[in-house]
Write a protein that binds this ligand. Structure first.
Ligand code: NAI
Ligand code: 15L
Length: 269
């Protein structure tokens, strides 16, 4: 049975947005789907809003009459400061303002492991770990997490910030043996983040039930998320395909992998 009258999903044309469009449909009487890219046409009980998150007026309108926002839109990789400023920082500010002014109760935000990407993997961090962004992209995730904290403390708008590891059809390298989040587990984590009561401001890591883990998710136990998949079944294949890495390489030492090891994006382009 639908628990929400209307849910807004941003980034609905993207990799994870496409999964969530399908998987969250039973939760809501209406899904409002937004992206600046073109999407498959609206099905029954769907509404399409094609706009740039940096367009304040469009976002204000789009957040009207929704119960909760699943905010997955934005630049999903390292990029230029201007692109990240517009898509992630201005865009997310517009979402939070729209929610505050339109009385939206909760935002489930796609943060990233890159908000804490400079922590060493062997430290097994939890949700209280300090921000240690590994990129301008990671910095934008730190900003939006703090935006969520601020909007809850001051205005009571709830946030679940999901520090997603690596959500792809399957793990693609050795690091993802720890960071992989299957699409099914990702959808379940978002579903739990939407329906759990009294989340306030919660940070949850997002990975499947992988044998290897870089983080301890006990502070998000109240969400009731129980991952079902595991990267372990891919280990043999991945280890056979990829050479043993240099254990001192920052890409191996740090949670954020190659994001931590690479230089400043704008110097390299
Ligand atoms: P994606 O790139 O496939 O989807 C992002 C969507 O946002 C795209 O459809 C894009 O058109 C849209 N978008 C970008 N800038 C926009 C703007 N200014 N206005 C409106 N729409 C805009 O990426 P993916 O993998 O689906 O990721 C979704 C979210 O999850 C992103 O916020 C990403 O940072 C986050 N995430 C994803 C991880 C993964 O492993 N897939 C890991 C950690 C975080
Ligand atoms: C992310 O935040 C990115 O959106 C995704 O493309 C992957 O790079 C992922 O992190 C990761 O760390 O594997």
């Amino acid at each position: 049975m639908a628990r929400f009258e209307r849910l807004l999903i941003t980034g609905a044309a993207g990799r994870l947005g496409t999964v969530l469009r399908r998987e969250l449909a039973p939760l809501a009487a209406h899904l409002r789907l937004s992206d600046m890219a073109e999407m498959a046409p609206a099905g029954e009980r769907e509404e399409i809003v094609q706009c740039d998150l940096a367009d304040k007026d469009a976002v204000m309108e789009m957040t009207r009459d929704v119960d909760a926002v699943v905010h997955f839109g934005g630049v999903a990789l390292e990029g230029t400061f201007d692109a990240i400023l517009s898509g992630n920082i201005v865009g997310s500010y517009n979402i939070y303002e729209g929610c505050r002014k339109n009385g939206v109760a909760r935002i489930v935000y796609a943060s990233s492991n890159h908000a804490v990407g400079f922590h060493p993997r062997n430290a097994v961090i939890d949700a209280t770990a300090a921000h240690r962004p590994d990129s301008i992209y990671g910095l934008s995730k730190c900003f939006v997490e703090d935006l969520g904290r601020y909007y809850f403390d001051k205005f009571g708008v709830e946030t679940v910030a999901l520090r997603i590891g690596s959500s792809f059809p399957e793990p693609m390298d050795r690091r993802m043996l720890a960071t992989w989040l299957s699409f099914a587990d990702c959808a379940e984590l978002v579903r739990r983040s939407l329906i759990a009561s009294g989340v306030g401001f919660t940070v949850s890591y997002g990975s499947s039930a992988n044998k290897e883990q870089f983080w301890d998710n006990r502070h998000a136990a109240h969400l009731g998320y129980e991952p079902k998949d595991s990267a372990e079944g891919f280990r043999e294949k991945l280890e056979a395909e990829t050479p043993l890495p240099d254990p001192h390489d920052p890409a191996v030492v740090c949670v954020g992998g190659s994001f931590a090891a690479s230089g400043h994006f704008e110097d390299e382009t």
